[in-house]
Design a protein around this ligand. Structure first.
Ligand SMILES: [Zn+2]
Length: 133
């Protein structure tokens, strides 16, 4: 069972997949989305799996349907959703849709786990035992 979960979590085609970013071969700074060269020092960067855990840096609520395209409206009536930047343990800030049942529960600094999602990264509250090291 644990093997199944591990495989799902690392499959890049799965919406639950971890974040595939990059890490600089010189100064070791991480980037997301992945870059060929380091945004800080310009050295070459290599693909690296990011941990995906972090804290909410800032956020807002989208209260009307964004312009389409590029927005792809899900079926049914538009439902307001939250967007935020999650600062990962690696120091990268990732823009993500915040998957919380109650938008009133959102707080800056709350622990979140980011997955690749379909189209845009998704963040949900970090479960117990899931925190990074
Ligand atoms: Zn660098």
């Amino acid at each position: 069972m644990a093997g199944t979960l591990t495989r799902m979590a690392t499959d890049p085609r799965s919406p639950d997949a971890g974040l595939q970013g990059s890490r600089c071969s010189g100064c070791a700074v991480a980037a997301y989305p992945a870059e060929d060269t380091c945004p800080r020092c310009g050295e070459s960067a290599h693909p690296a799996a990011l941990q995906g855990t972090g804290t909410l840096w800032t956020w807002t609520v989208q209260r009307y349907a964004p312009k389409s395209p590029p927005y792809q409206a899900p079926p049914g009536d538009f439902v307001p959703f939250a967007l935020g930047y999650v600062e990962l343990a690696e120091g990268v800030r990732v823009a993500a849709v915040l998957d919380l049942d109650d938008l009133g529960d959102i707080r800056i600094g709350m622990p979140l786990t980011v997955t690749a999602g379909t189209g845009v990264p998704r963040a949900r509250p970090t479960a117990r035992g899931e925190e990074g090291t």
